[in-house]
Design a protein around this ligand. Sequence first.
Ligand SMILES: [Zn+2]
Length: 75
Amino acid sequence: MNRKRESRTKRDEKLFYIDALKSEQCQCERQKKRGRAFCYRCYIRLPRDLRDELYRPVGAGFEAAYDASCRFLYD
Ligand SMILES: [Zn+2]
């Protein structure tokens, strides 16, 4: 039971990041391009190493990069 619930949570989490990429609205509510994590104005505020990390695929590091970027930009 627990195991099943965990994998579903993981899948939902993955969908959250895929949706964030597909969306045309940035977390800051400006328009952004589909396939980009953030709008340009947010993106250029990020440190270089984080920007590079955002090119990782979902499931291979994108999640952590996205979370770190959100903390950097909006906290
Ligand atoms: Zn933005």
